[in-house]
Design a protein around this ligand. Sequence first.
Ligand code: DHB
Length: 389
Amino acid sequence: MINTTKRVTLTAMSALALIGSGAHAQSDTVKIGVILPMTGQQASTGRQIDAAIKLWVAQNGNKAGGKKVEVIIKDDGSLPDATRRLAQELVVNDKVVALAGFGITPSAMAAAPIATQSKTPLVVMAAATSSITEASPYVVRTSFTLPQVSVGLAEWASANKIKKVVSLVADYGPGYDAEKFFAERILFNGGQVIEKLRTPLRAPDFAPVLQKVRDANPDALFVFLPSGQGAAFMKQFGERGLDKAGIRLIATGDVTDDDQLNDMGDVAIGVVSSHHYSAAHPSPANKKFVEAFQAANKFRPNFMAVGGYDGMRLIYKGLDTTKGAGGDALVTAMKGQLFESPRGQVLIDAQTRDIIQDVYIRKVEKKDGQLWNIEFDTIKSVKDPGKNR
Ligand code: DHB
């Protein structure tokens, strides 16, 4: 019997291989295929990045490398099978010069083989598991990695008499990275993670784990949850009285997410976190970015928006260098880009294609009736510690 499924896959793969770098070089238009979760649990990531891409185009025009740029946005609902299918369609049918977006790690991982097969640059604007850049030589990242932000927070904790910690992470790639790199550094500094808890990526229930945290009675609870889950978590942390019980909450900035921070209420005040971006980052470039973003959208940009905005810069400047060509030339033109982002100075590491950036230690404070992540310490030029191990 003929295996039709296999035949279809092989045909699609041959089509991908044929696309290569030259197929779109003749056209006056280059297309950028953006795949985002616009619906479902991770929809806030899609909303933020979509708004940032539109702001970039409004400010910088729709031309790059002498070509007209067309951005195509597709919704994968954060389902990796949909991501893979959409990436394939964007490459084969639309002949995009670059793929971009990718709200969660499983989506980025699902699309990476398509980037490799078709030699299409794939710009990760959101997902943050360290290993994603190793999934394809065509992956370039403008977001961050969990090891990058977790080590600095462990250093801060150790320097602030936090010795006994319970960790709580989402049960998938970025959670494992956060859990591992935070625990290693705490241990190195003479402290200990006494219990490692995990909650499912989809529809997590925080009640049972928070009871375990209470029973373990640590100096601090360290948390990583993906963007969008912070407010629900924070509410339960407060309702269960863990703050009153003297358990200090420390987290990656994904939890004290600028997208939701004002909905969290006073329980969030004083929470120390580490991250690469705060909407309160006190630079002129960021003030301009936040003002323009808020004027256009009536909501505050978060770290996802900055990943999207900088991803557009990376692609535009790359296209300027290649005069609109894609493929290997475009990846090469992305490597080594150095620029001032709203988050601060960033560099695309030419070796790893990952982002080198400052990591900030911040505390949630109320200013003029609004909650902000106020930066009080900076770890300069942090390279992803997850590489070369
Ligand atoms: C990932 C998703 C997030 O929303 C986030 O804040 C960090 C990492 C991810 O899936 O890689």
